[in-house]
Write a protein that binds this ligand. Structure first.
Ligand code: M1P
Length: 241
């Protein structure tokens, strides 16, 4: 079986943004012809808000919370009761106190099934506040430094990856996006589109596993526009399917 697998933020939508309406129309037709799956650090409520309940339900699988919560054809199939250690939460509070970034907008530590999402500027940031932090972080590499510190301090226990624009995803070691391959047969061919397939990015371990285990192909994209362009050049779909 051929599976076409997509990251969401930065690949099908702007980070935390909604899907472009023309792309969405194309994508709904695409889903009628091909087996589509999603993999994202976000929880299902955010994914539905971004792609719409129609696109979400038409996906064979949506692997949310980095694969720690799984939806099949829009219905919850499995989840995990993992809770973050108090020592991690204490450390994240310290990071918040000591950051050189001054604007804090609220909702900094978001507990999701099987993971924690941490953001110095906060998940309640407006688009403008989000853009300011994203630009600042590109110069100061704060997220990458925090992720490295977590990966060093909890080397046997936890894993932190940089994804999206303002946050870090943290989960039990190995419970990252790469785990989702266990839901497919070895003979299934996976074609994966992601915007953070570089080392340290939250699509990296999955992309690496697909290549190392010869499970399919990986396409790094810079945004949803590039994804759409690639899909149009790679796959034929009839507009009135
Ligand atoms: O998939 C990784 C992250 O992508 C987005 O991150 P940010 O808000 O930093 O741009 C969000 O969807 C986040 O929830 C998710 O974990």
């Amino acid at each position: 079986m051929n599976i076409i697998l997509f990251d969401v933020d930065g690949t099908l939508t702007p980070s935390r943004g909604t899907m472009n309406p023309e792309f969405k129309q194309y994508f709904l037709n695409f889903q009628k012809k091909f087996k589509v799956c999603f993999v994202t650090g976000s929880d299902s409520a955010k994914t539905i808000e971004q792609v719409g309940s129609d696109v979400f339900a038409a996906a064979q699988y949506s692997f949310n919370c980095s694969g720690n919560e799984i939806y099949k054809n829009g219905k919850l199939q499995s989840t995990t009761g993992w809770t973050a250690p108090d020592t991690l939460i204490d450390y994240l509070e310290i990071c918040l106190e000591h950051t050189h970034y001054t604007e804090k907008c609220g909702n900094h530590i978001e507990r999701r099934p099987g993971m924690v999402n941490f953001s110095v500027v906060g998940r309640d940031a407006t688009q403008e506040q989000r853009d300011l932090y994203y630009e600042w972080d590109k110069k100061h590499n704060e997220r990458s430094q925090i992720a490295t510190a977590i990966n060093w301090r909890w080397a046997n226990e936890l894993q932190a990856d940089v994804g999206g624009e303002i946050s870090i995803d943290i989960f039990p070691k190995g419970k990252d996006k790469a785990q989702i391959l266990d839901n497919f047969k070895n003979k299934d061919k996976i074609t994966f589109f992601g915007d953070r397939t570089e080392e340290g990015g939250n699509d990296y371990t999955l992309a690496k596993r697909i290549i190392d285990e010869r499970r399919g192909e990986v396409f790094q994209v810079k945004d949803w526009k590039e994804t759409w362009k690639k899909l149009k050049s790679m796959y034929m779909i009839d507009d009135d399917v």
